[in-house]
Design a protein around this ligand. Structure first.
Ligand SMILES: Cc1cc2nc3c(=O)[nH]c(=O)nc-3n(C[C@H](O)[C@H](O)[C@H](O)COP(=O)(O)OP(=O)(O)OC[C@H]3O[C@@H](n4cnc5c(N)ncnc54)[C@H](O)[C@@H]3O)c2cc1C
Length: 474
């Protein structure tokens, strides 16, 4: 894909180029690797195993100075830059022939319990922050899988298990340390550079390589949460009840419903093995948890065959979705939806469950509440009027991509009457064509982002991503 404003990458190895790589390796404290060298394969691998980076140069950065060296090197050699934290969205970036900066060595984390904030380096994943903040009764705005990287999730929006109460993770960023295309390391705050601060929170990797973030922590030592599992035979009743139930819930209740086709795998507990189920996930966070039992009573009345909902420490928040922590390859599709009623439930259930063409997890995440309000310091995360997000995931170990993609598309199309037209950036994964990227933003925000891109990255050095191209002069 060629991108306006992008110089042609020169990836032809030459002795000059090789010497430049050797010079880079002397300047960098971490590692510099090229194809075929020991460690190259391990450093380019991520949690998503479906696709593989093949960078011309891989820099395992030990800190911001290494990131600066890598960015300056890439700019000098007209090579695009990609970044990898934990590699949960690796399919989105495939750094073929570019410079890949792996941040997994950058694991610094400082918790300020008095200010209820954390400073998090680029390679940190949520489980580390959850674990370190818990003794002070504090909680970060993590998502369903604690193994996901903090920086990418947060700057992409970040839809978490406390989201209806507190909003997007991107709404709770205080400052950002970022290496921009000119190789400068900047400490960006709402006061120092309001435009760049706005753009980074939502525009994610289009404006630089973020080396650290300062984020808010919330006073949530415990919540009432877990999962209710229903046999697929009662899917219609459960979905209809869930839709009317969720629409009336207070902001303290964040929930989702997933139709899951579990593989017949020995790692799974017998009640789930090879079974089609409906999984309702509950996360109720409030100063007083006592109303929670009554609130979920209408769902319990439907007779789940397994019920793990209980008062649980926030440190165990990853057990609510129980996303598999092991690497795997997957394909996904997503859309933001408006209000849903029985018609939408029927359209969905026509295409999921035992009769679906490919095994999948199809989840509906309930939005609204604080997600519907703009951030206190505005950012580029939009589409706040959506009521639900649908996320469809199939693992490539269980079906061919050629079967998965049309099945996902069919489902998205069937729900088109309820679609807002928008999508959430953190759920786009490998879909990075212009139409998908634009759909992650409000039209006016997208225009402003292209203009800021022209200021901060006119050569589109950061284009191995969900790319926002620089605006061309009128
Ligand atoms: C199992 C699973 C569960 C998930 N649950 C949720 C959820 O509940 N809510 C939600 O909102 N999302 C969720 N996601 C999506 C997740 O937030 C995105 O895939 C996110 O981009 C993953 O970030 P990473 O660092 O872990 O992955 P990576 O693949 O390492 O990074 C993804 C992209 O982010 C950019 N990036 C990474 N580090 C930096 C950096 N330092 N500076 C600039 N750009 C950078 C790069 O372009 C990179 O390609 C989930 C994903 C998975 C696989």
């Amino acid at each position: 894909m060629s991108t306006p404003g992008a110089p042609t990458p020169d990836t032809t190895p030459s002795s000059d180029f090789d010497q430049a790589v050797e010079a880079l390796a002397r300047q960098v404290k971490g590692v510099v690797l090229t194809p075929g060298q020991e460690g190259y394969d391990a450093q380019r691998a991520g949690n998503q195993t479906g696709r593989t980076h093949r960078p011309a140069v891989l820099v395992g950065a030990s800190g911001p100075a290494d990131v600066q060296q890598a960015v300056v090197f890439a700019a000098r050699h007209h090579l695009p830059v990609a970044v990898q934290g934990t590699g949960h969205a690796l399919g989105a970036v495939a750094a073929d022939g570019g410079v890949l900066i792996n941040t997994s060595r950058m694991t610094g984390l400082r918790i300020d319990t008095r200010a209820a904030t954390a400073w998090v380096a680029a390679g940190v994943s949520w489980d580390q922050v959850i674990h370190e903040a818990a003794p002070a009764g504090l909680a970060p705005l993590a998502g369903s899988a604690p193994g996901v990287g903090v920086v990418s999730y947060t700057l992409g929006g970040g839809l978490g298990l406390l989201s209806r109460r507190y909003g997007y993770a991107a709404d709770h960023v205080r400052s950002i340390d970022v290496v921009t295309a000119d190789g400068r390391l900047r400490h960006v705050t709402p006061a120092s550079d309001p435009d760049l601060f706005w753009a980074l929170r939502g525009g994610r990797d289009n404006f630089g390589v973020v080396t650290g973030l300062e984020i808010d922590l919330m006073p949530v030592p415990t919540l009432y949460g877990g999962g209710l599992f229903f046999d697929y035979a009662s899917a219609r009743e459960v979905l209809d009840t869930y839709l009317s139930w969720s629409a009336g819930m207070p902001e303290e209740m964040t929930s989702s419903l997933a139709v899951i086709s579990f593989p017949d795998a020995p790692v799974l507990p017998p009640p789930l093995r090879g079974r089609h189920v409906v999984h309702v996930r509950i996360a109720y966070a409030a100063d007083d948890l006592s109303p929670a039992k009554d609130l979920i009573a209408p769902l319990r009345a439907l007779g789940p065959f397994n019920d793990t909902v209980r008062e649980l420490p926030y440190a165990e928040v990853g057990t609510i979705h129980n996303d598999p922590p092991v690497p795997g390859s997957f394909e996904s599709a997503t859309a933001l939806l408006g209000e849903l009623g029985p018609d939408a439930a029927g359209a969905l259930l026509d295409l999921v469950g035992p009769h679906a063409p490919v095994p999948h997890v199809v989840e509906l995440r309930h939005l609204g509440g604080a997600l519907a309000r703009p951030a206190r310091v505005p950012n580029a995360v939009g589409h706040r009027d959506a009521h639900y997000l649908i996320n469809i995931v199939s693992r490539l170990e269980r079906a061919d991509l050629t079967d998965i993609q049309p099945a996902h598309e069919h489902l998205v199309q069937a729900l088109a009457p309820w679609s807002t037209g928008g999508r959430a950036l953190t759920f786009l994964n490998g879909r990075r064509d212009a139409e998908h990227v634009r759909s992650a933003y409000e039209a006016e925000d997208y225009r402003r982002l292209t203009e800021l891109k022209a200021v901060h990255d006119p050569g589109n050095l950061f284009r191995l991503n969900h790319n926002i191209p620089p605006a061309t002069p009128a």
